[in-house]
Design a protein. Structure first.
Lengths: 264, 349
């Protein structure tokens, strides 16, 4: 009897939780369909998708996202690997550093970037290309907690030290070990980190706004300031994109489990 | 000069001495086991041969070449790990071929060598499987084949059978020995399992607290241990405090009972003398011309092929192992029990 009551309570809380989540979502969706007076239509979506500025900002952010992902993997994979192999005592310090972007407000960080890098000799805000380099560096830092954690979790799931030593005894150099042995066994972890980093860059506002680059985040804010229905449509599309990313993580995460496990 | 030469090897971690003045010469094709308890420095020594650790002092030479500071990927030394360390993303064939690919061997040669190795470990039909799709014993065979595929100068095995169950362990250790003899490869085998070391080694290095206690063949180590540690660590040993009657004649007393040993000592160096005798050297009943002692049965334990009897011999505890024959008359706890042993079967420590 007691268990049955507990199950009912659990069900009630689950329903309330789902309502809290889905009712506003439904409200947003319903609102986004009412752009044409008296008719339910996808006009707001059509307007957004046919806006060349939207496509340009989406292309810009997607490009920046891909560059950020590649740069993050190149920076963090060898770094985390080296910490596991050679500097395990440095792990606590690096873990604290990796969460600094959560602690330092993005606005403070952006002003720090501008103040530091707009002066000679680098002058990274003087041309669009240089500013893109600066914004990419900013994205790498902002998404560092996600990529670092994902790679760290991946490293924990494999026997890094023994795999490294086995590869070394077979004649591999560090580069071969990293790309033939470590990276293929970290595929899922790296992919998870990459998708989260990509989604983060797509939705990022502060860097794009203050470095005055045509990113998707500032565009969405601008549209939201002037229009009623398109921001709702864009919010739902962004939400859908996040779910696509999560779905991809889930699909690739399943992978070929036989390749991912090994005797310890 | 020996094929593998370790000279005055020392290894310190911070202030702790892991290996202290280790010296070993191994001939080509020899199978040498490092035997000792956990933390005795056997794995550290092996890792120094592999190049994963640098010695604090000393020299490592293989085939006359000084490899002390050569990185592990340039040593051409094969290594088999306790945890197998197979690459999970590669098939059995991929794992075996890895070292050959890295060294830039042509595809045809790689394929031929992989097939040879698969035949050597009797796993011809497993080339397309992933490590997780084969058993622990098979994984370790693949690890062995992978290490051998590069034709290493020396094969190192770090407790390769520890993660396997008892039956597979026995099968695989015979397999390792067969392959080692077939290829004639110099092999260093680390284990804490004395039975394993005794059964497959040409020579055994018994280690304790970073130092070599004794180097010798299986029979030398077991029958003629040089130190109390070796005597105690390898096999079972009875150590009984004795009173000296005549050291020059090897005569001592266990309580009030006289024991003759074949060993004579000049002096005791101020140490208490103890009589050492293995449980299997003790025989039930009286035998003329041998040492005959009386004790009281304290416990009896059946161990399958052996029945282990614990006796109290004048306040000293002693163990006798008897073959568990069907005709064996097992004593009863509390009985007075007479047993005998030859003077050559015991020695003084």
């Amino acid at each position: 009897m007691k268990t049955k009551n507990m199950n009912l309570w659990a069900l009630l809380w689950a329903i309330l939780g789902m309502l809290y989540f889905f009712v506003p979502l439904y409200g947003t969706f319903d609102f986004s369909l009412r752009m044409k007076k008296g008719v339910l239509s996808f006009l707001a979506y059509q307007v957004v998708l046919s806006d060349p500025q939207f496509l340009a900002s989406f292309r810009y952010s997607a490009t920046m996202g891909i560059i950020t992902v590649i740069a993050s993997v190149i920076i963090f994979l060898p770094t985390v690997y080296w910490i596991y192999i050679r500097l395990p005592q440095a792990r606590p310090v690096v873990e604290i550093i990796s969460i600094l972007p959560f602690i330092i407000p993005a606005i403070v960080f952006v002003f720090g970037l501008i103040r530091t890098f707009d002066r000679p000799p680098l002058e990274l805000t003087m041309t669009p290309t240089k500013t893109d380099i600066l914004i990419t560096m900013g994205y790498i830092i902002l998404s560092m907690p996600y990529m670092y954690r994902a790679i760290d979790v991946g490293m924990r799931s494999i026997d890094v030290r023994n795999l490294t030593e086995a590869a070394q005894s077979l004649g591999s150099n560090w580069f071969q070990i990293l790309f033939n042995v470590i990276l293929p066994n970290m595929r899922i972890a790296v992919l998870s980190g990459a998708l989260i980093v990509f989604a983060t860059v797509l939705g990022e506002l502060v860097l794009g706004e203050f470095l005055v680059r045509p990113a998707l985040g500032p565009y969405m804010v601008d549209v939201g300031r002037d229009e009623a229905y398109q921001p709702a449509a864009m919010a739902l599309m962004a939400w859908g994109l996040t779910w696509v990313c999560l779905g991809l993580i889930s699909i690739f995460g399943r992978g070929n489990t036989s390749e991912q496990l090994t005797g310890r | 000069m020996a094929y593998l030469e370790l000279s005055h090897i020392n290894k310190e971690f911070a202030k702790a001495v892991a290996v202290n003045d280790f010296n070993l010469s191994a001939e080509q094709g020899e199978f040498v086991s490092f035997l000792g308890p956990s933390g005795c420095g056997k794995t550290t020594t092996l890792r120094m041969i592999a190049g994963f650790e640098l010695p604090t002092a000393g020299k490592i030479q293989i085939d006359g070449k000084d490899l002390t500071f050569v990185p592990p990927n340039k040593r051409n030394v094969g290594m088999v790990f306790q945890s197998y360390a197979l690459f999970p993303n590669m098939t059995v064939a991929g794992n075996i071929a890895y070292g050959l690919k890295v060294s830039g061997k042509p595809g045809a040669e790689i394929k031929q060598r992989v097939d040879e190795m698969l035949a050597l470990i009797h796993m011809d039909g497993f080339s397309g499987r992933y490590p997780s799709q084969i058993s622990g014993g098979q994984q370790q065979r693949v690890a062995l084949a992978r290490a051998l595929a590069i034709r290493p100068r020396v094969l190192l095995l770090d407790e390769p059978l520890s993660a396997l169950d008892a039956k597979i362990r026995v099968e695989l250790r015979q397999e390792i020995r067969r392959i080692q003899q077939q290829l004639g490869i110099t092999t260093i085998y680390v284990t804490h399992d004395q039975e394993e070391a005794l059964s497959i080694s040409d020579r055994i290095v018994v280690m304790s607290e970073g130092k070599i206690e004794q180097i010798g063949s299986s029979s030398e180590i077991y029958n003629f241990p040089k130190t109390e540690f070796v005597a105690n660590f390898v096999g079972q040993l009875n150590l009984l405090p004795v009173d000296v009657v005549n050291l020059a004649d090897g005569l001592v007393k266990v309580g009030g009972q006289l024991v003759r040993t074949s060993q004579t000592l000049d002096h005791t160096n101020g140490h208490a003398i103890r009589l050492a005798v293995r449980p299997e050297e003790l025989n039930p009943g009286h035998r003329e011309g041998e040492n005959n002692l009386l004790g009281r049965v304290s416990t009896i334990t059946y161990l399958g092929p052996v029945v282990r009897v614990r006796l109290e011999v004048e306040d000293r505890l002693l163990t006798i192992d008897m073959f568990n024959e069907r005709r064996l008359q097992v004593p009863v706890v509390g009985d007075t029990f007479e047993f005998s042993f030859h003077p050559n079967a015991c020695w003084l420590l």
